[in-house]
Design a protein around this ligand. Sequence first.
Ligand SMILES: [Zn+2]
Length: 235
Amino acid sequence: MNIVVLTGAGISAESGIRTFRDSGGLWENERIEDVATPEAFSANPNRVYDFYNTRRQQLFDPQLQPNKAHVALAEFARLSSVNMTLVTQNVDNLHERGGSDNVVHMHGELLSAKCVKSHETVRWNGDLTALNTCQCCQLAQPMRPDIVWFGEMPLYMERIYQAIETASLFCAIGTSGSVYPAAGFVDIARQCDVETTLINLDETDNGHFDNRYLGKASECVPRWIESVKAKYELD
Ligand SMILES: [Zn+2]
């Protein structure tokens, strides 16, 4: 059974990652437009490097751990009868640490750096600065965080749409169902007769979804998986 799962900030928030939305318009005391746009990077690259270095370092805090929702999704995907495409808006590595492979990071990843010229990416665990240059170009180029900034196109959209069109189930977790991208994905899913489920703290789907689980992802995701396994006799 082909299943597409989209996860958003809500699933990471339960593990203790602070999100922009619940921080009163400031993110680590920075305004979004000063650190998360191409214009900010052109104007003051060091400020942008510092912001993402801080966020990347937070991933190595021993207190930060994947939660039951991350782990349940990874276990579900390992069933032989399940072919899951796991798409996330999150730039952390909690899905991978929860056991998931091939996570589609549509907004990029903190543990990756990108050549500003070729856009080739390389795994990156330490701090990134203006002194780091790429290995891909003949004339070495600066590297930037591999993050989709405001005003930039999300990644892998064709692949995501194709996965939804051929899926039996689409589930959005920890993301507002009425706001892009979940709202766009659920519309495509409905056009293709894909069964749709929203798992979120509050009801914000405007009736787009067939099923709703309102509550914490760590409690609702295992319940949703059990109900899917029972309904479709998956093992
Ligand atoms: Zn390069």
